[in-house]
Ligand binder design. Structure first.
Ligand SMILES: [Zn+2]
Length: 711
């Protein structure tokens, strides 16, 4: 995962009058954000920064940025690339400086004071984005330069800035008449309100739909820990018995182990119908209107449907390209899933089950297959994955072998928590490249999951080098004990470090195009690509050693880890594809279409895309698909699979060209990792690969057979 500072063209939730509240009160030279940090790489001065420093700095940063934008827009001089685009790239430095640090610390080390700052500042930041992208005078200057861009003798990166910025203005509605701008604003507000309503309805619906029982026998098969958690949830809700609360996906963790088939069916149906039970928390009316409204909004903006508007600045460019990609995966995925279903039915029959496989049975029997064939005993594996060893002899080693870079621990750079480590990254020739922080251990005040972001972004224009961090939630060992992590944790370290390399190698002029400032269907490519090196034999053997004896992991155990990767992949790819297709079908609705009935629509969409399998339901049903109705992934859920195509294809290229070599690494760094968003991503990828991305390596990696349709 990669988090971003601020989304360009973000939907404004607040009116611009709120900006007036931003003031510079309490902001002066004593504030540590007042000037760039004097530490190496302009690293944040965590030894000086107090919680109370953020709000005045953010407020002053907003005011400063608005003034800078106003000065650019009102400049009486004829618009030039320098006085418009370069000036915009140089604007907002105070705000960027403080927000980089604020986002980092509030995500990984939150406290009530920071929470308050976040609540107060979020609407002001949204309004700032509006004030830039809907500023008509500013857009006039941008347009004037855009029109004559080919006469200006701009270098390729400068030309990209002009075209990309112009596109962002247009996508946000800058070309509209004042009347249409007002309409758009209304639609944006309605969309934001419906999204918020969807989120709160879904929260309530999921809570109310939890599986509740007073009969302990119904829960046979759950572990003691799962039972204790279910009893605890019941206690907190003041109900008798046990409560299995729902997680976001269709399938639920309990379905793996519950032996009572009736309980499995009940739990599954609670999940499946959670937001379709009538009453105030039914989400169907909300999503039907959201889909319709998004189509209306993009009609106003001149696009045939929402997906067409949303994908224009992505690597895929068009919904046709995304659909073509997904459609090509469907035959291989469903063929494999049907094979897996047959195996499970055979297992049910061998156990004299006497019933036909249903979705609520899948995970229960798949788990039996997994245990028999691929069971990975964590206690057996962990001694080979000691965190510091994985970091130095795995993550750093792979990066050194590929790119020649070196890492030196810096104990003199202040940190926001004692668990944080800082390294200086130097290039093969010894030149300083970046600072990299890691904050790996779980804390109560840290967000869940793992992510990468930057305290300082790279830019030649601003003279800055990257200051990048990785955050995760690994279990912290007791004082003096080694941190023995799971195989998943190892993968996470390589993944987040792949994002970090995208930031560390950034070598661009303009900050807005630098590092991980790339489209959603590209941003997970460098990170997922880097995961491949975790299991690459020469790297794996270099780090997977017993922390006590130094002995390598036994071959049989290593083989089990490798094999487990292809388990159940027919099911997993099919449920992802079904969700991604649902997303795309909802968002290719024409503006002329009437309000849809979500259930009919869903069945038709899955039938049309050959994904209506009785035993493999979509990973999310339309009525509880939070990503697309509440979390900004509308017409974007395909991006996960798209990036997987890229990373498997890219890794196949490395394998075909000698694998882990400096020549391969340097070429990839020069042509892809260092370039951010400085060229159209599809062109950049094709130039590096010498061809369009192929889906065959992805199918192979998941253990799927290409079908006739893929050949
Ligand atoms: Zn990621």
């Amino acid at each position: 995962m990669v988090s971003t500072l601020m989304t360009a063209g973000a939907i404004a939730l607040a009116s611009s009058t709120m900006l007036a509240e931003a003031s510079e009160v309490g902001f002066g030279p004593t504030n540590p954000f007042y000037a760039p940090s004097t530490l190496p790489f302009h690293a944040p001065a965590f030894d000086k920064i107090k919680d109370s420093d953020y709000q005045p700095a953010i407020d002053a940063g907003i005011v400063q940025n608005l003034e800078e934008i106003r000065a650019i827009a009102d400049n009486p001089a004829e618009p030039t690339f320098e006085n418009t685009f370069v000036a915009m790239e140089k604007s907002g430095q105070l705000l960027t400086r403080v927000m980089g640090v604020f986002n980092g610390v509030s995500g990984a080390n939150m406290d009530p004071a920071l929470q308050k700052v976040q609540d107060v500042e979020a609407p002001k930041l949204a309004a700032l984005s509006d004030a830039i992208y809907l500023n008509a005078k500013l857009f006039q200057r941008v347009s004037k330069i855009y029109e004559k861009r080919h006469l200006l003798h701009l270098d390729a990166e400068s030309l990209r800035v002009v075209e990309y910025d112009h596109q962002q203005f247009v996508l946000a509605g800058a070309l509209l008449s004042d009347v249409d701008k007002a309409k758009l604003k209304k639609l944006n507000e309605e969309e934001a309100n419906l999204s918020t309503a969807f989120i709160s309805k879904l929260l309530a619906a999921a809570k109310d739909s939890a599986y509740v029982t007073k009969d302990k026998a119904a829960l046979a098969g759950l572990s003691d820990a799962q039972l204790a958690a279910a009893a605890e949830t019941a206690k907190n809700r003041e109900v008798e018995g046990w409560v299995l609360s729902l997680q976001n996906t269709t399938q639920q963790p309990g379905l793996q182990s519950l032996t009572d088939r009736a309980t499995r069916q009940a739990l599954f149906e609670d999940s499946w119908n959670r937001a379709e039970r009538g009453g105030p928390d039914d989400t169907r009316d909300t999503i039907a209107r959201l889909a319709q409204l998004r189509a209306e909004k993009t009609k106003l903006l001149g696009y045939p449907n929402y997906a067409a508007w949303k994908l224009v600045d992505q690597m895929a460019h068009t919904q046709e390209a995304a659909l073509k990609f997904m459609n090509a995966l469907v035959p291989a995925a469903t063929a494999k899933a049907q094979g897996e279903a047959k195996d499970i039915q055979a297992l049910i029959d061998a156990q004299h089950g006497g019933f036909k496989l249903e979705p609520w049975d899948w995970n229960f029997f798949a788990e039996q297959v997994r245990k028999a064939k691929y069971d990975l005993d964590e206690a057996q594996i962990r001694p080979y994955f000691e965190l510091n060893n994985v970091l130095h002899n795995g993550v750093f080693y792979a990066a050194h072998m590929l790119y020649g870079i070196n890492f030196k621990r810096r104990n003199d750079i202040p940190v926001y928590n004692p668990d944080v480590q800082v390294y200086e990254v130097t290039d093969a020739d010894g030149k300083p490249l970046a600072l990299w922080y890691c904050d790996y251990f779980k804390r109560d005040n840290k967000n869940g999951g793992a992510w990468m972001d930057e305290f300082v972004g790279q830019s030649k224009l601003l003279g800055t080098l990257p200051v990048v961090y990785n955050v995760a939630n690994f279990g912290k060992p007791a004082e003096g004990e080694p941190a023995l992590i799971s195989h998943d944790d190892v993968t996470t370290m390589f993944h987040e470090f792949g994002h970090a390399l995208n930031g560390i190698f950034a070598d661009t002029e303009y900050p807005s195009l630098s590092g991980t400032n790339v489209p959603r269907d590209f941003v997970e490519f460098p990170s997922q690509f880097n995961e491949h090196w975790a299991s690459y034999p020469a790297v794996f053997e270099h780090y997977a050693k017993n922390y006590k004896t130094g002995a390598p992991m036994p071959a049989e155990l290593a083989e089990k880890i490798r094999k487990a990767k292809t388990f159940n992949q027919g099911y997993m790819l099919t449920e992802l594809l079904a969700a991604a297709e649902l997303d795309m079908q909802w968002h290719t609705l024409a503006p002329s279409e009437p309000l849809q009935n979500p259930d009919t629509f869903e069945t038709e969409a899955l039938t049309k895309t050959h994904l209506l399998l009785s035993t493999v339901p979509p990973r999310y049903r339309s009525s509880y698909f939070l990503h697309i109705w509440g979390n900004g992934y509308a017409a974007g859920y395909y991006a996960y699979l798209w990036c997987e195509m890229l990373d498997d294809d890219a890794f196949q290229w490395f394998e075909d060209h000698g694998g882990l070599t400096r020549a391969n690494g340097d070429r990839f760094r020069r042509m892809v990792l260092s370039r951010g968003n400085t060229e159209d991503l599809a062109k950049m990828y094709a130039a590096w690969m010498g061809a369009e991305p192929r889906i065959e390596p992805m199918l192979k990696d998941r253990g799927l057979e290409p079908t006739a349709a893929n050949k």
